[in-house]
Design a protein around this ligand. Structure first.
Ligand code: ZN
Length: 116
């Protein structure tokens, strides 16, 4: 996308130069109305180049905003599920048994022989 902007800027510059040259030649050869049309065309090229710059800035700003939103709110449901699982992680045995048992050194382990 960045190179497209550069190509368009180069094209706008070349077109502006050609239209300006045509305007000068028209004025030299006594065609003021044609000169005016070329000057108007040159102005439109300047407007197009300016709008291309605005579009480039807007696209960059939107990309940064989307990147921030992705960082703040993980869109992937698997990532959210993994985050919840990591929050409840207490020991390796708990993870290996999908929450069924706790390891010998885990604080969530219930003492044996209590009837549970
Ligand atoms: Zn545990």
């Amino acid at each position: 996308m960045r190179s497209l902007h550069h190509v368009l800027y180069a094209c706008y510059g070349a077109l502006f130069g050609w239209l300006a040259w045509c305007a000068v030649q028209s004025a030299r050869n006594g065609a003021p109305w044609v000169c005016a049309v070329f000057v108007a065309g040159s102005g439109l090229v300047v407007v197009a180049a300016t709008r291309e710059g605005v579009l480039k800035d807007t696209l960059r700003r939107e990309a940064v905003r989307a990147q921030r939103a992705t960082r703040l709110h993980p869109a992937d449901a698997g990532a959210a599920e993994a985050a919840v699982a990591r929050a409840g992680w207490c020991c390796d045995a708990w993870a290996a048994t999908a929450g069924g048992e706790h390891g010998p050194s885990c604080r969530h382990r219930l003492p044996k022989g209590n009837g549970v």
